[in-house]
Design a protein around this ligand. Sequence first.
Ligand code: G
Ligand code: G
Ligand code: MN
Ligand code: NA
Length: 248
Amino acid sequence: ARRAQRLRQALDHGEIVPFYQPVVALESRKTAGVEILARWQHPERGLVPPDEFIPLIETLGLMPEMTRYLLDIAMRDARQWPGAPFLAVNITASYLEDEDFTAQMAALLEAHAFPADRLEVEITENVLIERLDVVQQNLSRLHDMGVRVSLDDFGTGYSGLYHLARLDIDKIKIDRSFFDAEEIRQDNLVRLMIAMGRSLGMAVVAEGIEDERLAENLTQQGCHFGQGYLFGRPMPAHALYEYLTRSH
Ligand code: G
Ligand code: G
Ligand code: MN
Ligand code: NA
């Protein structure tokens, strides 16, 4: 209860902040988009990573509020960004199952006059969606508005293909565990996932790219986008602004 109260206070005091990680078009190496990754800027503990507070946010039912809060800041920040990169936000299953989810996204877009096609919602493949009908409806409405939907952590879940078949997905993000250099066999899987995404007319992103050779191989295999420390780490707003200014 003490931790819950402290986290509630952190949200109210603006201690939960968006960090931003670039998503790069592999062919041109231009920054195409930016993913929002939450951080807790704790006055005593410093920067707290999401795995230490996201689960509690979820348990307390604060996920919709935190997500809207981060998007509100990010849409304001994004107004200044050179090259108008898209903004990707992680959405948990519980929020996707919320009947108000689409209306709340629409309200944010309108409040900021933010183009719908610059917003992307990331849903993780690795969750059990209980109310598939509601999620289908939410995602297809968003999709019709022009918002893109991407399937995160692709390849790690038990329901990825099931979701691909039933939801309006525009993009898949191949999980970074597939780029472990020790595992030769994974190369073929990656090749297949890229080909599958492409043949379904989806964009393909590779996550966790840390070295140049991998980036080149993926480019040759037709992977559209890359994300990872090679291009940029998750960073605060001012650092991202400088990053985008330098690369444009
Ligand atoms: O760097 P990284 O440690 O940022 O993120 C760890 C995990 O936390 C990732 O799986 C990511 O999806 C999740 N995460 C980070 N920020 C958010 C957020 O704003 N909303 C949700 N739902 N998940 C987030
Ligand atoms: O939402 P998602 O689960 O995809 O969150 C991405 C996670 O991966 C975040 O924790 C982010 O900090 C981390 N990440 C991003 N790029 C890299 C990378 O190149 N290497 C490693 N090890 N982690 C990364
Ligand atoms: Mn993600
Ligand atoms: Na991921």
